[in-house]
Design a protein around this ligand. Sequence first.
Ligand code: PMP
Length: 397
Amino acid sequence: KLSAKPTLNKCSLSSDNVTKEDNLINLDHGDPTVYESFWGKMGEKCTLVIKGNDLMSYMSDTRRLCWFLEPELEGAITRFHRVAGNAAVEDRYVVIGTGSTQLYQAVLYALTAPGSGAGPVPVVSAAPYYSQYQAETDLLCSGLYKWGGDAYAYDKDGPYIEVVTSPNNPDGNIREAVVNRSGTGEGKVLYDLAYYWPQYTPITRPADYDIMYFTFSKSTGHAGSRIGWALVKDEEVARKMTKFIELSSIGVSKDSQIRAAKIMGAICDSYQDLKSGNSENFFEFAHQLMAKRWKRLREVVAEVSEVFSLPKYPKEYCLFHGEFTESYPAYAWLKSNESIEDCEKFLREHCKIAGRGGRRFGVDPSYVRVTMLSREEAFEQFLQRLLSVKDIKKRAL
Ligand code: PMP
C-alpha cells in the first residue's frame, strides 16, 4: 500500500550542510553553492521570464546536426569560451547534454558503436580519477565498453578509451593522457575539462582537443540546470553522440538552455562593459573567493600539519588574468599521516566532517576529498572542525 505522505529523507540537510541527526557536516559532494551570493546580486541581469507558450517544441533547429541545441545557447557557449580563453571553438560541433554526466556516456557510445565484436572496449583513467566514472561506465553492463581501471597500470593491446580530467578531480593537477600508445590508432582520448576555468587554475592556452567537454555546473555554479556541452571535431562522433542523447532523453531542457545562455551572456557582457568594474565580473569574483578560501585552509592545515597535508601547485602565467597565478582547486585533497589508516573515517569520527575517501578514486584510504565549493557557513565549520584536531592531539598526550 502506498503511503499518502512523502517520507522525509533521514539525513535531512540544513542550508549549512549539517545533518540534524548527528551534527555531521556533509562536504562529500561538489555542489557549487559557493557562487550563490554573486548571482543573488545580479538581479534583473540574470532573470528570465518564460511564458506559457514559450519553448514548447522538442525541436530547436532541425537543419543542424545537434537539432535540439538552441542557437542562442550555441552562440553563448562560443562567446563564453572566447572571453575565458580556455578552449578553441573554431571548426567544431557543439553537442549538449543533461549535464556533462550524460555527455560522458554519449561519448563512450559514440566511440564504440557499432561494436567491433572484439568485446567491450576498456575505459581507463589515471588514479586518482573522478569517482563517478567507474559506476557510470559499468551501470548498464554494456557490451560496447567497460571500466578498465587506473590508466597508469594499463598495458594491454587493442582498442581502449582514456578519460583525462584536467584540472583533475579530486587532486587539482593539470593532466595529459598517460597510456603511451599514440600512433597505434587504437586509443581514443576524451578530455573532461569541467574545472578548466580561470577561478580554479591558470589558463595557459586554449584547450584544443578532438573531444572535450565542459559543464555549466562548475563554470558558473548552476549545477541545477543540468547543462553540459561537448566540443567535437569529428562529424561522425558528434552525430553518434547526438543520437545517444536523442534516444536517452529526446534532447535537453530548453528552459535550462535559455537560462544558461542568459547567464553566460551576462558574464560576457560584464567583460565588454568597461564601466562595470571588477566586482561585477564573475571570474574575478570567483577567483578571489577561491584564493581566500585556499589561504585560510592552508593556514589551518599548517596548524595541524602533524596530522594532515595538502598538495602544492605550481604558479603559472594565466592568459586570462594576465599574470602568474596559483591553482585554487574545487576540492581539498587531504592526506593524513601514517598513523591514520583511513582518513575519511578519521574525519568523520573526530571532526564530524563527511568527505569522500581515497578508495573511491582508485587510491589508498590515507586520502580524502573535501569540497571547497560549499556555502560560507559550511566552509567556516569545516575549518573550525579541522582545527579541533589540535585538541584531540593534546588530549591524546
Ligand atoms: N566531470 C567531473 C570531473 C566532475 O567533477 C563532475 C561533477 N562533479 C562532472 C563531470 C559531472 O558534472 P555535471 O553532470 O553536473 O555536468
